[in-house]
Design a protein around this ligand. Structure first.
Ligand code: GLN
Length: 439
């Protein structure tokens, strides 16, 4: 059987193909000459599965899609404070190449507009790098996100450099405010080289999937950036990634995204998917016309809007029942799914509302696939309080979803693999403050 996903993608591509509105970027002569009919879309899942349709292995220049990734490199290489001191995180509501800096400090408003991106380029790698070494740091970093060594399009690079008056003007402004501390020409040259890195839609989807996968490239398994950097980058993509169309995008599509003037567009949905599209004709904001349509379709067809919250919390308590009878009866709270704060709150309330009359209580985690830190602590606190109330508490946890559970002061829990085991002698008893050994 064929997967349904490539067929779906091919169908959606056909739906938007007839839209020939917009123009390829005109201000970079090499890009103006691009084949405008190209069209492709790729889904890269966080476990590395890739689905595509159309022109997914055709190379084009990454352009502004390099910006979130270079921002990530700067944050990783220099730390948050030095980068935030030079580049803000506020949406500008202006075009990508607007010469807009914060009036008092000269700080670019965010790293997605050119002023911010030129600055973050200068902060990739350590301070003492030469311009060529810095470019190498960036290309190496972008390649790690893509999972293969990327090359540069020298013709596009030379073409953009020849008409880079606006970016040079921005860089000289930044230099006058000491936001840039190096030769503005060299930094713009490096930034334009960064924008000229060649990628395919497949590469872009993998780069987006690396962001969606907490910074781990799904193909290579490499941890390219750490979790806090991923969160920062995705947040800025969500608020500033589509320039002066960011508000429309947030409401219509609702996926952290970034566009580039060569026609690429990426979206990264945390924990789920990296998406990339390629179609060179641009709207007046500089975003791909058919790319925007494709993302609108994907978001509504597949419910990908980040604000579309699943009704997971209510479903965390699968059942609340009693096994056995008499003094041996056990109250079992059977939990399921992924437990985060709202789910854990639901469990706490269920236990309180039930006020179990039984002397033995089990929290059954057999069907729980993940639990975050706060929820783990909340459940262990429930265990501790139940113990203090004089109950014998069991954690049914065959897959060690909570490894080495320590219910803290006065708490005591018996870990078992199956509720049935509570009837026979327990295996491992853990007392508050540490493991007390075999029972
Ligand atoms: N290299 C382009 C520029 O600086 C990138 C712009 C874009 O993709 N939006 O103008």
């Amino acid at each position: 059987m064929r997967s349904v996903i490539p067929d779906y993608l091919a169908e959606v591509l056909e739906d938007v193909r007839s839209d020939t509105s917009g123009e390829p970027a005109g201000y970079i002569p090499e890009l103006a000459a691009a084949e405008p009919e190209r069209l492709g879309a790729v889904f890269a899942m966080v476990d590395g599965a890739v689905y595509g349709a159309g022109d997914i292995d055709v190379e084009f220049t990454i352009q502004s899609i390099s910006k979130p990734f270079t921002y990530a490199l700067a944050l990783s290489d220099r730390g948050f404070d030095p980068v935030l001191a030079k580049v803000g995180v506020e949406p500008s509501g202006e075009a990508f190449n607007e010469i807009s800096l914060e009036s008092d400090t000269g700080r670019p408003l965010n790293p997605m507009i050119n002023a911010g991106a030129i600055t973050t380029h200068s902060m990739a790698g350590s301070e003492d790098l030469s311009p060529a070494e810095r470019v190498e740091r960036v290309v190496h970093g972008l390649s790690a996100f893509a999972g293969r060594r990327l090359k540069m399009d020298e013709a596009v690079c030379a073409s953009e450099m020849e008409s880079a008056h606006r970016n040079l003007a921005i860089a000289y402004m930044l230099r006058s405010h000491d936001i840039l501390t190096e030769d503005p020409r060299a930094v713009v040259d490096g930034y334009i080289r960064q924008c000229s890195v060649l990628v395919t839609a497949r590469d872009l989807a993998m780069m987006a999937a690396t962001l969606a996968n907490r910074g781990v490239n799904p193909l290579t398994g490499e941890q390219v950036i750490r979790g806090p950097v991923v969160r920062q980058v995705l947040s800025v993509m969500a608020t500033c990634g589509m320039y002066d169309a960011a508000g429309d995008w947030a409401t219509q599509v609702g996926i952290p995204a970034k566009s580039g003037v060569a026609g690429g567009l990426i979206g990264a949905l945390p924990g789920q998917i990296g998406i990339a599209t390629f179609s060179p004709r641009l709207d007046p904001h500089g975003n791909s016309v058919r790319g925007v349509s494709l993302f609108e379709r994907f978001s509504s067809d597949m419910g990908l809007h980040v604000m579309e919250v699943p009704a997971a919390a209510r479903a965390v308590v699968r059942s609340n029942h009693v096994v056995g009878s008499g003094p041996d009866a056990i109250r079992v709270f059977q939990l399921q799914g992924g437990i985060r704060f709202a789910g854990a709150e639901r469990v706490v309330r269920e236990v309180l509302d039930t006020a179990p009359a039984e002397a033995r209580v089990a929290l059954d985690l057999t069907m729980v696939h993940s639990i975050d830190d706060v929820s783990r602590r909340m459940l262990l606190e429930v265990v501790r309080r139940l113990t203090l109330d004089g109950r014998e508490v069991y954690l049914v946890d065959p897959e060690s979803i909570i490894p080495d559970p320590d219910p803290g002061d006065g708490g005591r829990v018996t870990v078992i693999g199956d509720v049935e085991e509570a009837v026979s002698p327990p295996r491992t008893v853990v007392q508050g403050g540490g493991r007390s050994g075999e029972a």
